[in-house]
Structures are given as structure tokens and as C-alpha cells.
Design a protein around this ligand. Sequence first.
Ligand code: ASP
Length: 339
Amino acid sequence: MTADKHASVGVLYTGGTFGMRPSARGYEPSTDLPARVDAALAGEDLPLINWLDPDAGPPVGSSDITPEFWYRLAATIRRNADNHDGFVIIHGTDTLAYTGAALSFLLAGLERPVVITGARAPLGEPGSDALDNFRGALAAATCRRHPEVTVAFNGLLLRANRSSKRYGTPQHLFSSPHWPALAAFDHNGLRWAADLHAPDWPTAPTASFRADARIVLLPAYPGMDAQTVRALLDTGADALILEGYPSGIGPGSDPDFVQALADADSAGVLLLGISQGQYGTVRMGQYATSTPLAEAGLLSGADLTREAALTKLHYLLCCDVDAATRKDLLRRSLCGELS
Ligand code: ASP
């Protein structure tokens, strides 16, 4: 399919390489991107593009993005949903997968496609992929039949809460190790995967941003000990993500380490184990080292990406639900983030 030219797409420019210009200090976001995109696409048969103020501050390099930004962006999209068939977000690639995953939780039930895209080289520079990615994103954003949050990049449309830049290649900046691409796009338009089903997910609770929601992320490494865990938790963390070894998870034979986790669990800290391997899935109990960790309260994040784990925890900490419900929702797939 090509982009439906009768559709109306809200476009939010948040920053990133897509709209950057070189400066003496390095690449910086420009503020005139909307006019430059409109000029570059003039005369093409495209949907109506309506530039919306993201209400999240001026365009930024995405390494400056904070969780509050996700909630502001989600609120802007919800406010404008009645007047648009879908949305495209232009975003820096460094934290694009975090914003995409966060929006998948915050915009559950929106019934509009929301497509997040960026570029490897700025619009106007030789070999820039900005317009190709943008056209693909527009085509996906006009397809009301498939209303979920996706990433459009380099000819592929990926489920946002399955995508990651961490394991991308110079050719394919984003990968989706645990879920196939939803569609492919090129200058002929967008082709959905043959066996794709429209999302049908249970209604997720709504969340309001909490500035004091704190999550710490700790990769497993030889030498990691209870002291480190306790020091991190002493920062007032509400949740800890242990990014464990691909199969053994962490030092489950170290009683102090296990006790540090058990104490955190008793104090109400959510403990979530994910895999640090690209294709890894946490299987608690597969190796005996992981069993004491599970007994101490470490929940299995199965095949959640780091980005989906962090944003899902943030979202759940911002939902007005009790601790048991929060744990239950963490174990279940809310919008396709878990197998
Ligand atoms: N540092 C840039 C950003 O994330 C990289 C990019 O957009 O590709 O904003």
C-alpha cells in the first residue's frame, strides 16, 4: 500500500539527526525542519501532514530525553487523536526505542497508528535516509487497520516495544530480535507481513507521570556483589532491573547477594530479571544459580528488551494500582512486548 492521500497525519518533530545541522559544537537540532520537509515533499501524492507541537520543549538530541518527555508526548497525541488518522514522530535514534516502547504502554487503546522514525544522516546531506524513512512512516500511519506503536527505519516497520538500537548494524540500525518485522517499505509503498493480525490487547490501566519513580539498571558481571546492589537500592529505587547472563542470570550461590535482593523485595522494590544476550530469554530455574534469585523475588522478564523492561516498569510505577497487580501486569504481555 502507498500512503492514503485522503488521510490526515499529525507529525511531531522532537529532534534527532533527522533535522540536525552541523555547528562548531557538533550536530545540533534545527528548528526549521517542518518547512524543509514540506518543501522537499512538495508535489508528492501524500496524506495531509499536520505539524503538531509535541509540547515537550524544543527539539533535542535524544540523549537528553527523560521519562517526563514520554508522558508529555503521549498526552499531546491523545489530545489530537480525534482529528487525525495516525501520527508520525521524528526522533533521535539513540533513545528512539525507549520512547517507542514507552508510548506503546501509554497509548494502549488509542486505535490510531503511531510511527516513530529518525535518520542516520540529516535531511539534505548526501545519502540521507530521512525522507525514505519519513515516507514509510507516513504510509504506516495512515493504516487504521493496524493501530499500534511502530518504528519505521531502513525499509522495515518494527513493533516499537520489541525494537532496539543496541544490536543494530551499520546497515540496519534497529533490530527486533524476538518479533518479526510487521511490514517492509520502499519507494513502491508498504507491504504488511502476510500473517499479521490486527492487535487485540486487553485494556491497560492509565498512568500519570511521577517524577519520583526511580528505576536502576544493573548488568550482571563477574565481581558484582551485595554491596553494589544495596548501594544502588539506597538511592531510593522503586525497581531494579538485573540484566542477567543469558542463561545463569547472576551469582545465585552468593548468599549476601541473594539476601540483598530478598531485602529489597521485602521493602517493596520490584525486581525484574532480563537477559543481556541479544536473543536471550530469561528462564528462571533452568540453571540452579537462578533458583535462589527467583526465590528472593526476582521476577522473570522473559524476552523483554531492556527498553521495554525499563519503560514498562516506569509505566507500571505511574499507574494507580496495588503492588500485587503491578507484579501481575509485569508478568503479562500488555501490548505485544512479551512472548
Ligand atoms: N545522537 C542522535 C540522537 O539520538 C543520534 C541520531 O538521531 O541518530 O538524537
